[in-house]
Design a protein around this ligand. Sequence first.
Ligand code: BMA
Length: 905
Amino acid sequence: NAPFFLSFFSFFLFFLFYFINSQRLTVNLNGKWRLSNSNGSLLLPAQVPGCVHSALQQQGYITDPYFRFNDVSYRWIALDNWTYTTTFTLSADVKQKVLLVFDGVDTVGSVSLNGIAVGKTNNMFCRHDFSVKDLLKDGENVLQVGLLSPILYASEQRKAHTSYAVPPECPPGVQKGECHVNFIRKEQSSFSWDWGPSFPTMGLWKGVRLEAFDILQLVQVSSVPLYNDAFSQWRVQVELLIDAVQTARGQLTLSIPELDSEQTFQTHFNPGKTKSNFTILINTVQVKLWWPNGHGEQPYYRLTIRGFQDEFLIFKYLPQVYFRTVELIQEPVVGSPGLSFYFRINGKPIFLKGSNWIPVHSFQDQVTPDNLLQSAVDANMNALRVWGGGVYEQDLFYEICDELGIMVWQDFMFACAMYPTETDFIQTVREEVVQQVQRLKSHPSIIIWSGNNENEAALATDWFDIPASQRPKYIRDYVMLYVDNIKKLVQEDQSRPFLVSSPTNGAESEQEGWVAENPYDLHYGDVHFYSYILDCWDWRTFPRTRFASEYGFQSWPSFSTLQPVSIKEDWSYGSNFTSHRQHHEDGNQQMILQAALHFHLPNATDPLKRFTDTLYITQVMQAQCVKTQTEFYRRSRSEIIEGKGHTMGALYWQLNDIWQAPSWSSIEFGGKWKMLHYFAQSFFAAVFPVAFEEDDTLVIYAISDLSRDLKLRAVVNVFSWTELDPVCTLNSSMLLVPGVSAVAVFKQPVASLLAGCGNCTRLTCLLTFQLEDDSSQQGPTNHHFLCSPKDAQGLRRPNITFLFHGLVVVFRSLEQPPADPALGGGCVLPVLSFNTKEEELAMRVASGEEHSVRQQRASLRDSVKTSAFEEQEDMSESSTSTWRCCLISWQTSLRRAAQTDVLFI
Ligand code: BMA
């Protein structure tokens, strides 16, 4: 049950080559292979694409690797060597040339055909092809891929590297991982990470096939639109990677009929694999542009590429072409030292709202279609960073991002480490970079390439205790890998910028020789910032960066996600299981300390209830913390304060999970939204009010990502903790909120605000607020607490009940009867966001009869997306305050629901 999208065959759909005269023959070698370990004691069928762990599980040799402590129990798998074998029939004289193609081998492999060595692999991120015509036999052919233990290989590579250390040697003990992952070109987090298990996979993780042809074949096609400012003209650069059997003359026609553009080229194809570039000029200025989510549509055009030889059509390809420009603006900022750092898409500055993407599953073959990217868009995100410790995602990922308008910050796969620079290593990295850029550069969604994750920072701030005398050597290696090699190769892609690292000072880092003294400088580039100890409700603790590309807080997934991988004895916060799944030093304690700053900690006597309450409270804490920090970044977009500001990006860490464990994610493994994701839906809204206190004065900002100016007023409702109806309501005057800006619209000392509002004090009342124009509310309602909920006076047990009714769920508090009879008096939540299974369940129980949450809890556990609703039917008195939090967000949902076409009771 892994989230997201994969279907490996879609990779091939990208190569929609149409050949006439059946010039090319493809033999699919995917499907059932045989798999054996090194001493032959295990011999089993194995699916390709796939990996050893998946095969062992599918054949019942192991149980779910994610169950309890199995990550450690199954360590033996990656310490062994394994061999994949298959047979096929293909006659040798079938065509002039026959290639054996592996779209991805994980990782260190030797390939043999009919007992003869064909070639070797050592980079999971490369496609490999081997010419095998001379090795084919009539009748049955035997194909074998031997895979070395990645752990032993990495360790051998490390041992062979005697001249100097390439740190880190091993991950922190708390991660229970393997060492020297930086010596192998493989998903770096597969040896463990601070949110993920160690499963160093081995396998044929992408497709395998034979490709046979007589004249030539297209290996890869890319089309990149570029805009020429001087001539106000678009052109599309088309690059063909062609594998030809012999020299051949040909003709190529490129056309985009919809744009009235066509061009023909005489060309010739040299033997072997060659790249050819062609440019088609666009004859019209009326080109529809691709826009990020929230800023416009994502239209595309069909480009027709036709290759002819002697008048015969030999290939035809119809890629989609999206037109857009990207600039990364780093220029002086008035009133601030340093440089700006923001993206301009089609000439328009865009604030990036989103998160960071990690691998969706330890076993990539188990990634299945799901809705993670849709969930990102549903939460009003417009950007994701594909983080450098994972994998370059499959084509379908980027195709969906193109369609949804998600901007992708694409790291190269290097993270939190130094890397070797021996010729072999550099060589394989070069091949990886060339292939990935060629594969991905047609996607408009990718707006930036970035060389690595945190390696500039690791060097600059000396994570690995490198002696000062040796520093220059490490800096030289760093520059050699990311600047002299990767950057140089990537620069041929003129359609997006390149950054060497994240975080970085960008242009300033370059000035300082690519490793800045302080890559976290708030006046330059992007910043990663984490602080778990300081009070996250205090916005003063957050750095006012130009661009926040990582920040976040951990939480636990809900009980329904943990239950299938645990047993009863695991269900307490102090259990071995609970600490085993926590890979971040002191993480469990940090969450509790942070939650305790504002909430009563669960104290139920029933151990299970106490556990589920604790999971829940970590989600409330996380949601509130990330909300406060994100709101701070969004309101900092238009101002410079003490030389800092003009923040133009907020990508929290992290969107998704790789397994069922505590992490910084807003979506649990399996796709269920944590409370944070619901909060994100609000705090990333295009028009949004943000409140904060400065010297006991309440300030409300209106934030607008819309291009047009708005006239808005802030409406503040002051509630007593005891009632659901406001005690009083305050309105600001109508103010101009210019397009794409954040401006203050309300200011009042808290004391005077409360003095005019019944008997309200900081302890007895709280605020909600929204923006309105002349006719209606604009954007979601937000809330602001005047004290910690644990100190709030007047809260009562809410006794929540709910009622399924068609496509909505109505939550009611029996203690506090409805204020608004029109809505049936309760908080209404659309069931629209449920997945099919859940919808089914909702429909099944939609009997119209009211159930207490307690009665329904069991069936609901697996059905409702957020743990906020599933675990907490009977909160202990001490944590009732968090209910209020929920009620407020339900009210927000209710209003949102009212704006959509949800059916009401
Ligand atoms: C950053 C990321 C990840 C890590 C996260 C949380 O350093 O780049 O490496 O998982 O913080 O610690």
